[in-house]
Structure formats: structure tokens, C-alpha cells
Design a binder for this molecule. Sequence first.
Ligand SMILES: [Fe+2]
Length: 304
Amino acid sequence: MEDRGQPIPPETDLGDISIAVIGDVHLHWNQFDVDYFNASDYDLVLFVGDIASYLHRSALPIARAMSNLRVPALMIPGNHDAIHVGQLIAEALERPNVSARISRGQSRRRQQIDRALGQVELAGYSRHVLQIGGLRFSIVAARPHSMGGDRVAFRRHLRERFDVDSIADSTRRLIELVEQCDAEPIIFLAHNGPTGLGNRREDPWGCDFRADVGDFGDPDLEAAIAHARSSGRRVLAVVAGHMHHDLKGGGQRTWQARDDQGTLYLNAAKVPRIYQDAGSTWHHHVELRVSRLSAECFERRVAR
Ligand SMILES: [Fe+2]
């Protein structure tokens, strides 16, 4: 996965590659998924995080089940991963000092998940160069454990592990990763999506739990995408989750969008991703098809 491969001349004719994007798992992943993706034609699986529920230990059997994948895979941790419920409450109440006091052990919990994931790479503030068929591209994994909005959640852990203490630090860190990319196109992988896609509750990362918030995207991610563009790089897609499709108070979120530069934005967070409908049990994911110049996506559900 870290092989930089050979540069691809721009005129080379490239076939599509196919990526499975798994929205917030929240414990909904089992052997059926493993068997399905191992038998599939997918080139890569991307997990947008939140494999746990409210108990850290609940993430570990899920991570072990994910480790049985034989397709290359990446996972960026969400705000439910490697934390305990006290931290989650402190962050939700916007009490960062309380959260910092009770965050000891987050690195150890993260290591436990990392070990349980096996060959599934734990991503976050990381760049992954992939060469699949004729297509060479970079995945830039954004801020791990994002909780959305205009502040850095779980700051103590981010400071100790990544030297990130603010949105400005995080923006710098992401721009450094973008600067490492050469001419290859970029796919951003994040837990929460970027700001800039709307402030209505039904927008891809609009806030549906507080009327006064509006756009609940990550500003550091929007800045990194803008930097990639302004420095002449192509951003094919931005893949994230966190803001669930079912809206609080009713209705459904717009889960994909495309901007005037042609970048595809994909929110894969259908929760629960395994559900009953018309007498069958369905497993949800999104298929992302990528060529050197563009990306498109399709919602998929598979009956067990
Ligand atoms: Fe989340």
C-alpha cells in the first residue's frame, strides 16, 4: 500500500477502479460482510470510522472481524472509537478541559484497535499512495476522531500523538500531507466531511441536532481541499460519514454532492448499515468508481 509505483503519463488510458465505502459501522459488521467483500471485485475498502458504540471494548470484536478482509482496506477512527463515554459526554457539552482530564489512556485504546484491525490500516493525518491497475492516486486521511464543527475534539490525544492543538494546527498538518502528493489525483478520507456544502439540516454535513449551528463540517478539511486545488492538484472525491442519513426530527440527508470543480462528496453514514426491509436483512455500502479524471458513486445494499 505504501509503494509509490511508477509515474503515469497524463495521456495514458486508464480503466476504472472500484472502492467500497463503509459508513459508520456502529457494531454492524459481521462475517457476511467479510465473505461478500472478499468474493467481490472491489479493489479497496474504506471505512469512515465509528466502528464502536458507547463502550470502547465494543470496537474490538468488530475490528477483529474487519481484520478478516483480504481486500486492502483503510479505517479512519471516528469520535466513538478509542474513547470512553465520559469523554464523549464532555466533548458533546463542549468542556474540553474536562475531556482532557479524563482522556488518559486514549493512545492505549487506539493501539488496541490498531492491533485488532490486523492488515486493515488505521489512518488519520496520513497519506497512502495506491497503484491499482493503471491508476496511481493518493488517499489523504484527515483529522482522526473528528466530532464535527469548528473545534478540535479529543485535543489531549491529538496534541500528544500528532502535535495538533487547534483547527489551525490541523489545517497545517493536512496541507503538509497534500504537499507530499505529486501529480496523482487525491481522494480525501475523513470521519466528518468538510464545511462548505450547506448549512441546512439536510445538507451532507449540516447540523440536525441544534438549530443554531448550521454547517457542521470540518473547516480544516475544507482548507486542505482548497489548498490541493489552488496548488494544481485534482481532488477526485471526499469520503466521510459521521452525520447520519436519518435526520433527527425526521427526513433524510442529502448523502452525495458535486461541486463546480467536479469533486464528488460522499457521506456514507447510513445507520444502522444492516437493517430489515421487506422481509430481508440488508447490508449497506456505497460503491465509489474512480478514474484518473472523475469519480461517481452508487448506493448498494446486499440481501443476506
Ligand atoms: Fe461520528
